[in-house]
Design a protein around this ligand. Structure first.
Ligand code: XMP
Length: 319
């Protein structure tokens, strides 16, 4: 019987047999796949695992602290947290083109990971959260292009010139099996069932140039939206939900005063495969609450809009 218990047991044994007493390094993003790999490897090889978590400054509210709390504090996993916010902001200064932003964010991740890996000169293995659908995707493409897309898509895409051997314990698993395994290994349910988050993070949810002030406003608005989705039991009913920062100013009134502040767009979609999606028909009452809370609580935002575009023709992300 193919139960998660067996998957956990078998995967642990397989990893132990493969790496022996060697040291392993893993890029931990806080996403489901790399989190499950971290939990699995920790169980299998304990102290021989070192995770590198790059805090890009483009993560969601308190996300960096949560990743550290879950893995380092609670589970005792060795995690090196790299605070790279300034480097990212600097590299992104004046850059407005979405693809260029993606390239800069992905490239900087590789540089930083490389630097950290170089410091851990005893590591022989690089662990990756590749799952079965990623494997099929690359096998199906003649040029290996899909693999490139995947590695560029995920913060987990890593330098090809690294001399480390690869260990990919989730290679045979589908997403739902990865989730079950994560729960089995004791990861919190909200982490295991969290919506996907793009590798470039808030970098592609702040339209145009990325600035710290914009990221801070976006984080607050996004956190309100997500908090209310959970509170209203709607989080698991949508496939992905988030806020987008629009760097345009709009006029509003508050009390006796006039406001001239930025705009937040709210996006929630339902989809099976993320290739096509419909916008989630969230209740008007709920949208009303979100709008009021964001405008009242996030100084600097004067207007909230709801994105009613399907994919196609619109993409899920705005950039
Ligand atoms: P789009 O916007 O293409 O998004 O409809 C489809 C899914 O992919 C995610 N996405 C990304 N994930 N790096 C990633 O790791 C990226 O550059 C990227 N762009 C989009 C998006 O969040 C959605 O789940």
């Amino acid at each position: 019987l193919w139960t998660t218990n067996h998957i956990a047991e078998d995967s642990i044994k397989a990893v132990q047999a493969k790496v022996g007493t060697d040291h392993v390094i893993l890029g931990l993003s806080g996403g489901v796949d790399s989190s499950v790999v971290a939990a699995l490897l920790h169980k299998a090889i304990g102290e021989q695992l070192t995770c590198v978590f790059v805090d890009t400054g483009l993560l969601r509210l308190h996300e960096g602290d949560q990743v550290m709390a879950t893995f380092a504090q609670h589970m005792g996993v060795k995690v090196i947290r790299v605070d790279a916010e300034q480097r990212y902001l600097h590299a992104l200064q004046g850059v407005t083109d979405p693809e260029q932003k993606r390239k800069i964010i992905g490239g900087l991740f590789i540089d930083i990971f490389d630097e950290e890996a170089g410091k851990l000169n005893n590591a022989k293995w690089l662990a990756q959260g590749t799952i079965y659908p990623d494997v099929i995707e690359s096998a199906g493409s003649k040029s290996g292009k899909a693999h490139l897309i995947k590695s560029h898509h995920n913060v987990g895409g890593l330098p090809e010139n690294m001399t480390l051997k690869l260990v990919e314990p989730l290679r045979d698993l589908f997403k739902d099996e990865v989730r079950k395994l994560g729960l089995e290994l004791g990861l919190p349910a909200d982490m295991v069932f969290r919506h996907p988050f793009p590798g470039p993070g808030l970098g592609v949810r702040i339209l145009g140039e990325v600035k710290k002030d914009f990221a801070d406003l976006l984080r607050k608005a996004d956190a309100i939206f997500i908090e209310e989705l959970y509170r209203h039991d709607l989080y698991d009913k949508v496939s992905q939900a988030f806020a987008v920062f629009l760097p345009v100013k709009s006029v509003g009134v508050m009390g006796d005063g006039r406001r001239y502040d930025y705009v937040i767009a709210i996006r929630a979609v339902e989809t099976i495969d993320f290739m096509t999606a419909r916008w989630a028909h969230l209740p008007y009452e709920f949208l009303d609450l979100i709008s009021r809370r964001i405008i009242n609580e996030v100084a600097g935002i004067s207007r909230v809009t709801y994105d009613i575009s399907g994919k196609p023709p619109a993409t899920i992300e705005w950039e």
